[in-house]
Design a protein around this ligand. Structure first.
Ligand SMILES: Cc1cc2nc3c(=O)[nH]c(=O)nc-3n(C[C@H](O)[C@H](O)[C@H](O)COP(=O)(O)OP(=O)(O)OC[C@H]3O[C@@H](n4cnc5c(N)ncnc54)[C@H](O)[C@@H]3O)c2cc1C
Length: 499
């Protein structure tokens, strides 16, 4: 009889785990607390506009990197048009300077040299790394957890030049590399390219630009929820079942074996294996009451840095933005107060003028992400819902005002706006502290492997961004694929994956 596997969470990791286990003869069911698949990989509709909440770049969107195969196996991108941008983003300075971050490495190098000829050395070192990294393609065939000594040696022999490259750059943060530039504008603009914490390792920036250069980190037309729904469809077609509006409150354990899950409404479902593809902190400290931890886990959850919480401000604007950059970072005349802990001096605006499926012709979704304090927003929502709503409104109207001055013809064209705060992310995805991508890959955490099991607990596994430092869609989809291989191996089955 097929083993019964219960999976908690229908984010990309949970759906991927379900697909690969179904391909291998397991009987799986997913319990998802929300009413839709995707988790963080989602979009939402307000009036005529679809506001996208996730994909800016999808690594593996073309066959030039191996993880493409995973998207094909999950039926995630078949039939989808992919947009490969010429410009990754545009960054403006306070004195009229403009840095266009081209996706083509040669154009990008030219652009950086145009801005800062005095920084030729640092630019050429950086661009050399981007080009070199573009030759490196991490194999996805076999779960790293199943590598034996021979696999390890083969890997080292094949990839040692790239591993040297990784080692050399891993210890440098984006912020510290920026300080090497003499040119003040490049020094300011460089850490803004990805729009993430400067403490992130340089490897993330180098890798992202190399995938852009390869045209394998495009945007799938239709957006994030459509993307997630394609994988959900694949899962169901393989015989899987998703229970929505079904929050798991506890993992049922007998004699240190996971034997099922208990839902918030009290119903219990039995399983031979339980997989949590949900938030790591909630899984370990709530669903399992913190009973299966060791020093390493405690240290991670006490000391590791997270991708921060954010507010997403989304505007539905009744006009087109032909000729405008799709991603623009610009300085503000007066800092914008986001919450008690965050005041920003720049805005990064994304204009969805490249995806006609998200709004009727002549109308455009415009989206901004702002750093936010999860404690402030969750406390405010609990204490005073009216004030919480007023604060969201204040944020949206401030942003509209700024964009009206910057881009012109915005304020009177806004038909609808929406503000998602860290409290929203927690309510809809349960992610710890509202983090949008789990563990930040810093010099000390990048490349660290987190076990998919917990000490002392049998028949239980974790997948997704809380066991894959750096998170991101390819990493979490692969997390599910790797786990299916691990489970197959344990059960003495040959692993199958097919398109
Ligand atoms: C604004 C933004 C932009 C991003 N941009 C990109 C990008 O361009 N490229 C990229 O690769 N990645 C991007 N990411 C990151 C990417 O979305 C995440 O790393 C990835 O989706 C995480 O997937 P996951 O399945 O591990 O977790 P999640 O998406 O968090 O899924 C977990 C699921 O579990 C459910 N759940 C939680 N607790 C329970 C419970 N108790 N019971 C039942 N269900 C539960 C949740 O509702 C959720 O559906 C972005 C994320 C955000 C927010």
């Amino acid at each position: 009889m097929a083993k019964r596997v219960v999976i908690i969470g229908a984010g990309i990791a949970g759906l991927s785990t379900g697909c690969y286990l179904q391909m291998n003869g397991y009987e799986t069911e997913i319990f998802e607390m929300h009413s839709a698949p995707g988790g963080l990989c989602t979009s939402w509709k307000r009036k005529e506009y679809t506001f996208d909440g996730c994909i800016h770049w999808l690594v593996g969107s073309s066959p030039s990197v191996s993880v493409h195969r995973v998207w094909m196996e999950l039926h995630a991108i078949q039939g989808k048009e992919i947009v490969d941008f010429d410009e990754f983003c545009r960054i403006e300075g306070r004195r009229g300077e403009v840095f266009t971050v081209y996706t083509d490495a040669d154009r990008l190098e030219e652009e950086m040299l145009r801005i800062a000829p005095e920084d030729e050395r640092a630019i050429s070192e950086f661009m050399g790394a981007v080009r070199k990294f573009a030759e490196f393609d991490l194999p996805v065939d076999k779960a790293p957890e199943l590598y034996g000594p021979i696999d390890g040696i083969k890997f080292l022999l094949k990839f040692h030049p790239y591993l040297r490259l990784l080692r050399a750059w891993k210890g440098i943060t984006i912020g510290s590399y920026a300080k090497r530039f003499k040119n003040p504008f490049l020094r300011e603009a460089f850490p803004l390219i990805l729009g993430i914490d400067e403490q992130c390792t340089m490897v993330v920036l180098i890798a992202t630009l190399s995938w852009m250069h390869l045209k394998s980190a495009g945007y799938p037309i239709g957006g994030s929820l459509e993307f997630a729904r394609s994988i959900e469809k694949r899962y169901i077609s393989l015989g899987g079942k998703v229970h929505y509006n079904s929050k798991v409150s506890k993992i049922v354990v007998k004699n240190n074996r996971a034997v099922g899950v208990k839902l918030a409404d009290g119903e219990v479902y039995d399983a031979d294996i339980v997989v949590s593809a949900a938030d790591g902190h909630y899984t370990i400290f709530e669903m399992l009451d913190g009973k299966y931890v060791d020093e390493e886990i405690m240290s991670m959850y006490s000391n590791w840095k997270l991708f921060p919480a954010i507010c997403q401000v989304s505007l539905g604007v009744a006009r087109s933005f032909d000729g405008h950059p799709h991603a623009l970072n610009f300085p503000l005349d007066t800092p914008l107060l986001v919450d008690s802990e965050n005041r920003v001096e720049r805005l990064f605006v994304r204009i969805y003028n490249f995806d006609p499926t998200l709004a009727p012709k002549g109308k455009t979704p415009v989206i901004l992400h702002l750093p936010a304090d999860h404690g402030y927003w969750t406390r405010l929502r609990e204490a005073d819902i009216q004030k919480y709503r007023r604060e969201k409104e204040r944020l949206a109207t401030s942003v509209i005002d700024i964009l009206d001055k910057k881009l012109g013809d915005i304020a009177s064209r806004v038909e609808v706006y929406d503000v998602a705060t860290p409290a929203t992310y927690i309510r809809y995805t349960n992610n710890w502290k509202g983090s949008f991508e789990g563990w930040l890959p810093t010099p000390s955490t990048f490349g660290k492997r987190i076990r998919k099991t917990l000490p002392g607990l049998k028949n239980f596994y974790m997948v997704g961004q809380w066991v894959e430092p750096g998170g991101g869609l390819p990493a979490v989809a692969l997390s599910g694929r790797n786990l299916a291989q691990i489970i197959c191996k344990k059960d003495g089955r040959k692993f199958h994956a097919f398109v």
